[in-house]
Design a protein around this ligand. Structure first.
Ligand code: PEP
Length: 248
C-alpha cells in the first residue's frame, strides 16, 4: 500500500489561493508512488480540483449527517460529492473540541459519508490530560468503537490518529508514540484490517519520513505544513520514498 499524504487546509486558501497553490505545487514523485489528498474549504474544492496538475484527490473538512434540510450554514455529504469531493474528514479535533462534536455525531457523519459515496477519513486522538492520566487506550477505543461498525463492508475508509496536544503546537509524537497509538487504533478496528491509519500532529518535512516508517503508520494528515506548496511537496516526496517496513 502506498503512503497517503493528506493536507488539511482548515479555514485557509479560498478559491484564488487554491489556484495559486497548485500553480506552484510540483513534488518530485512518480505517479502512483504516493496517494495525495487535499481537504480544502468547501468553497475551494471545485477550484482546487480544476487547478491541480498532479494526481490528487479532494475532500471536505466536515459534513452534516442530513442529506438536505433547514440547517443554515451546513453542507451535506451529497452536496460535497456534487462539488467534486470524494472524501470527507470527520471528527477532526477542532470539530470535536471547538464545535463540541460528540462520538454519536461523528458516527452519524460517517454513515452520511458512506451513503453519499464519500470516503470517510475519521479523526481520533487524546487530549494531553487524558494521555497524562494514562487514558490513551480507553479514549482511542471509545472513539473508534463509536464508528467502527459503520465502516463494516464499506469499500474504502481511513482513520487519522491525531493526538490533540500535537495539533498546531509544534509538538510531535515520536515514531514510537505513533506506533503505540496506531497499534491500539488498529486493534480497536478489529476486522477492518485494510483501513489505512494516518498520523497527524505537527508533521513537517523533517519528521515525515520517520513517522511514516513507524509500524502501522500508513500515511500522514498535515495541517499547517500543507499550506505552502514547496513545504508540502517535500512531505509528499518523503511519503513516496518510504516503503512498507522502513525508508527506502
Ligand atoms: C491537522 O489539522 O489535522 C493537523 C495535524 O495540524 P498540524 O499539522 O498543523 O498540527
Amino acid at each position: 500500500m502506498v503512503k497517503v499524504v493528506a493536507g488539511n487546509w482548515k479555514m485557509h486558501h479560498g478559491p484564488a489561493a487554491a489556484e495559486r497553490f497548485f500553480s506552484r505545487f510540483s513534488p518530485s514523485v512518480e505517479v502512483g508512488a504516493v496517494r495525495m489528498v487535499f481537504f480544502a474549504p468547501d468553497l475551494s474544492v471545485a477550484a482546487a480540483a480544476r487547478a491541480v496538475r498532479v494526481p490528487a484527490e479532494f475532500g471536505v473538512q466536515n459534513i452534516h449527517w442530513e442529506a438536505a434540510g433547514a440547517l443554515t450554514g451546513e453542507t451535506s455529504a451529497e452536496m460535497a460529492r456534487e462539488a467534486g469531493a470524494t472524501l470527507a474528514l470527520i471528527g477532526h479535533s477542532e470539530r470535536r473540541h471547538i464545535f463540541g462534536e460528540n462520538d454519536a455525531e461523528v458516527n452519524s457523519k460517517v454513515r452520511a459519508a458512506v451513503r453519499a459515496g464519500l470516503v470517510p477519513v475519521v479523526c481520533v486522538g487524546e487530549l494531553l490530560e487524558e494521555r497524562r492520566a494514562g487514558r490513551l487506550e480507553t479514549v482511542l477505543r471509545r472513539q473508534v468503537g463509536a464508528f467502527a461498525r459503520s465502516l463494516a463492508g464499506v469499500p474504502e475508509s481511513m482513520v487519522a490518529y491525531e493526538p490533540v496536544w500535537a495539533i498546531g503546537t509544534g509538538e510531535t509524537a515520536t515514531p514510537e508514540d505513533a506506533a503505540e497509538a496506531h497499534g491500539i487504533v488498529r486493534s480497536a478496528l478489529g476486522d477492518l484490517a485494510g483501513v489505512p491509519v494516518l498520523y497527524g500532529g505537527s508533521v513537517k518535512p523533517g519528521n515525515a519520513a520517520a513517522l511514516m516508517s513507524a509500524p502501522d503508520v500508513d500515511g500522514v494528515l498535515v495541517g499547517g505544513a500543507s499550506l505552502d506548496p514547496d513545504v508540502f511537496a517535500r512531505i509528499a516526496e518523503a511519503g513516496a520514498g518510504v516503503r512498507p517496513g522502513g525508508p527506502s
